[in-house]
Design a protein around this ligand. Structure first.
Ligand code: ATP
Length: 139
């Protein structure tokens, strides 16, 4: 028995497939969803998302959003999301450095929450991009 899984943003469908397990970044930690799960609607925090299909794991970044679970269908509506293979690691590194610099130099107009959130977002993107690289090497 599989689970229909869609992750969508206002702009596009990021991923749509029938999978065995979804592990999403819930507000209180990792949320593992299997087929036949009880209906549920919850918010997600920015983080890493994993789906497993026929023993193969795929990783994605989600910026946060909503997750809706029906018995055989999971839909995530996210502000932004990227599959590991779509993440531009150089861009994420630049974003990370910018956020680090802002937090270190503490300009008068610093929005530290925004800078910290941007830092975490870029670091999570790098982590997700890294997973793809490791998998590619091991086949
Ligand atoms: P940046 O400062 O590099 O724009 P950001 O964290 O501010 O990073 P977001 O606001 O989260 O960017 O995303 C804006 C758009 O750019 C979204 O469509 C997102 O999917 C895409 N995006 C952001 N960073 C990357 C990345 N490193 N690789 C691929 N797509 C990215």
């Amino acid at each position: 028995m599989k689970l229909n899984f869609d992750i969508v943003t206002a702009e596009r469908i990021v991923y749509s497939d029938e999978v065995d397990v979804v592990v999403a970044p819930g507000m209180e930690g990792q949320l593992a969803i299997l087929p036949n799960h009880a209906p549920l609607m919850t918010m997600l925090q920015p983080g890493e998302l994993m789906v497993r299909k026929d023993g193969e794991e795929s990783f994605m970044f989600v910026s946060g959003g909503f997750l809706e679970m029906m018995p055989n269908k999971v839909t995530i509506l996210a502000d932004t999301a990227e599959r590991a293979d779509e993440i531009d690691a150089a861009r994420a590194e630049d974003a990370m450095k910018r956020a680090e610099q802002r937090l270190q130099s503490r300009p008068a107009d610093l929005d530290s929450t925004r800078a910290e959130v941007a830092l975490r977002r870029s670091m999570t993107r790098l982590k997700v991009a890294e997973r793809r690289r490791r998998r590619a090497q091991t086949g």
